[in-house]
Ligand binder design. Structure first.
Ligand code: ATP
Ligand code: TZP
Ligand code: MG
Ligand code: MG
Length: 262
């Protein structure tokens, strides 16, 4: 059985502490793939919410000081329960507050995986030659080496995404080559992927394999959607992408998957 099938069978509940831009898209995307979402950032309930969930997603896209406290509470409850905690370091290199927040979360919590673009991953390890533009990646360089360096120095699974997606831990590196550049024209496609990774990571099995399958399912769904004759740009891709996440089969993933071990 594939992880996608297991996910659709078990419908893991994912607790998202995420940004205001992408909340609705994330909730709908989690439903479409076969998981279940809950969004909550209140310090009065995040520990309880994390305790009844299968995974916690921490996304700093529109972070405030109070949100940081909520993330620490949710993350600690998740660590206590032994469920995955995924960090999306949105715009980590854009402001000192974002970078300091990421380091605080990494220092005080046991983070299972970080999913970010190249600029964000570079910022986390002080590789300042990578540029960023707000929340978007703007640099150019060896993303495989960057992901491996980050995995070693942060001792955490790294999912570095963009034209090439790199999944690295301290011993293994896998590259995924599916997807469409048009995903970059829809806000929240990185954020939704981070939440979907959290859902896959909540299943039993080796983390690298679960993340590789999650990224393959997601990017192949985007290919299926963009090939639809009614899709002309970001506006039409948006609903067809959600539909493709809902309808994609393990067989389609197997046939189209472009994965290399490095
Ligand atoms: P950015 O803000 O730099 O776009 P992000 O956080 O939105 O970063 P992305 O790196 O865009 O996240 O990743 C979102 C999804 O889009 C991933 O599945 C990735 O594989 C896919 N993707 C992004 N750019 C491309 C591309 N040029 N070709 C194919 N797939 C892409
Ligand atoms: N501004 C703050 S958070 C956010 C924007 C535009 C969404 C970023 O989403 P993604 O998935 O990184 O493109
Ligand atoms: Mg993006
Ligand atoms: Mg992002």
């Amino acid at each position: 059985m594939t992880y996608l099938q297991k996910l659709r069978e078990t419908t893991p509940l994912i607790h998202n502490l995420t940004n205001e831009v992408v909340m609705n898209f994330t909730a709908n995307g989690l439903y479409a793939i076969g998981a279940a979402p809950v969004m909550s950032k209140s310090i009065d309930e995040v520990s309880d919410m994390a305790s009844i969930s299968s995974g916690v997603l921490l996304n700093i896209g529109t972070i405030s000081s109070t949100d940081v406290e909520a993330m620490l509470l949710a993350g600690k409850a998740a660590n206590k329960k032994g469920i995955p905690v995924v960090l999306d370091p949105v715009g980590a290199g854009a402001t000192p507050f974002r970078l300091e927040t990421c380091h605080r979360l990494l220092d005080e919590l046991n983070i299972t995986a970080i999913r970010g673009n190249a600029s964000e991953i570079a910022a986390l390890i002080g590789e300042n030659q990578w540029q960023s533009r707000g929340v978007d990646s703007a640099g150019d360089g060896d993303v495989v080496k960057l992901a491996q360096k980050a995995a070693t120095s942060l001792t955490c699974l790294i999912a570095l995404t963009g034209e090439t997606d790199v999944i690295a831990n301290q011993n293994e590196t896998v590259v995924c080559l599916n997807g469409t550049p048009l995903l970059g024209s829809i806000t929240g496609t990185g954020c939704l992927l981070s939440s979907i990774l959290t859902a896959f990571l909540s299943l039993e099995g080796p983390n690298v394999q679960k993340v590789v399958e999650a990224i393959s399912v997601y990017t192949i769904a985007s290919e299926i959607a963009v090939e639809h004759p009614h899709v002309e740009g970001p506006g039409t891709l948006h609903p067809y992408f959600l539909d493709a996440l809902y309808t994609i089969t393990p067989e389609e993933v197997r046939k189209r998957q472009k994965v290399e071990t490095r």
